[in-house]
Ligand binder design. Structure first.
Ligand code: SF4
Length: 408
């Protein structure tokens, strides 16, 4: 039997497809060159925006004709749409996708694929290596915590072994993948029973005796000498996660380049900055999603940093790492975004001078808090206008070249 896999969406989905491919190989299938010669079509879906979801519906609709010609043809949908369908306790979303795509033979949760088989890599130079799956952050616009569930870290040694093997096979670069790589390992090594109460229960509050005296205190955990870090959205100190250790160990294996995505601004620790600074083969282009440059919009998005926190972090990183560049994600036209609020994003972009921005016009996503609580009240024409302003400012600097930097 011949298979064909179509992947929509982010690198995490592409990495999942590499594991799906290995599972199909293990079942004795071979790869078809196109949909037309396949008998088993897997669609790895994305639903980060409405347009991504619509592309999946459109593809299945187009495959209808093939299915009419070949009754043996199986269509399987997996990825984010199925993740949401199986997590939505109301059953409404599963009903919706079943009704919209009656041609689909199976809706397969991607978790069923597992990590047992070595992925069939599409790239001979750069390897995508997933380190965690899911997210605990619940930004109000984002569907990921519903499609991929709560964050689960992949075992540390498992990742190290995979990277060593990639190095032996001649891979030159690796990209470590997770929804928030900074929190990698928080669920692995520091269960509540191990974290000293002293650290777990301390708040960064000037009224407590804690403050700076203990800020520098180190704790011995699992043989590691660790310093607590302050996590603003938790309102307290937390033991650092394993990401900086993992990143350094992978960097020391001798790859030409080690990249990682995505990393969030609120828990980008000093330790992580030091690890990047002292390992020259770790990427010098950091992707740090800002989403908005206005504090009220950030609050509505449930992003636990302010625009000035973000700019301060960028300056700190620039001071410690030379030649560092930044890329970002920005959503325009989020619920209630005023002209003034949008202009704060423009100002922030002028200050930071991003290399590139992945821009999106806000669209409501099923089940997210923004959809439940706010109105999608920014007209589409305004979203388009704002998108174009940022696109020209950040992505087409030959047209605008930050000529207004001094204004901000
Ligand atoms: S951090 Fe926020 S935007 Fe990123 S995956 Fe998690 S919920 Fe979505």
């Amino acid at each position: 039997m011949k298979y064909f896999i179509k992947t929509f969406g982010c690198q995490q989905n592409h990495s999942d497809s590499e594991r799906i491919e290995s599972a199909l190989y293990a079942r004795g299938m071979t790869k078809a060159r196109s949909y037309k010669t396949a008998e088993y079509i897997v669609i790895n879906s994305c639903m980060v925006r409405e347009s991504a979801e619509n592309r999946v519906y459109g593809l299945v609709n187009n495959l209808k004709k093939l299915k009419m010609k070949n009754e043996k043809l199986k269509i399987i949908v997996t990825g984010c749409m199925v993740g949401l369908a199986f997590r939505d306790k109301t059953g409404k979303y599963l009903k919706k996708i079943r009704e919209t795509m009656p041609e689909v033979d199976e809706f397969l949760p991607v978790e069923e694929i597992g990590f047992d088989n070595a992925p069939v890599r599409q790239d001979r130079v750069n390897a995508l290596v997933p380190i965690s799956n899911g997210c605990n952050n619940f930004c109000t616009f984002c569907i990921v915590p519903f499609t991929r569930g709560r964050e689960i870290s992949r075992p540390y040694q498992n990742i190290i072994n995979e990277c060593k093997n990639l190095k032996k096979r001649g891979y030159r670069t690796v990209t470590l993948l997770g929804q928030n790589v900074n929190s990698y390992g928080a669920d692995l090594i520091y269960p509540a029973s191990v974290i000293p109460n002293e650290v777990r229960d301390l708040k960064k509050d000037s009224s407590t005796p804690f403050r700076s005296a203990r800020n520098d205190k180190r704790f011995n955990l699992n043989g590691k000498n660790v310093k607590p870090i302050y996590v603003k959205h938790l309102g307290r100190f937390r033991i650092p996660t394993l990401f900086s250790h993992l990143l350094e160990q992978v960097a020391k294996m001798g790859f030409e380049k080690v990249d990682f995505i995505s990393s969030n601004p609120w828990d980008f620790s000093d330790e992580l900055i030091s690890v990047i600074a002292r390992n020259k083969n770790i990427t010098r282009t950091l992707h740090l999603p800002v989403q908005s440059g206005n504090d009220n919009v950030l609050k509505r998005m449930n992003r636990w940093y302010s625009a000035s926190d973000y700019v301060a972090l960028i300056s700190k990183i620039k001071n410690e790492i030379s030649n560092i560049k930044f890329t970002t994600d920005i959503i325009v036209g989020f619920c209630g975004e005023t002209e003034k609020e949008f202009n704060n994003t423009v100002k922030l972009a002028k200050k930071v001078k991003f290399e590139k921005a992945y821009l999106a016009m806000y669209s409501p996503r099923f089940g997210t808090s923004a959809t439940k609580v706010f109105k999608d009240d920014v007209p589409h024409s305004v979203k388009e206008k704002r998108w174009k302003i940022l696109d020209e400012l950040i992505n087409k600097p030959h047209l605008v070249r930050y000529q207004s930097t001094n204004e901000s």
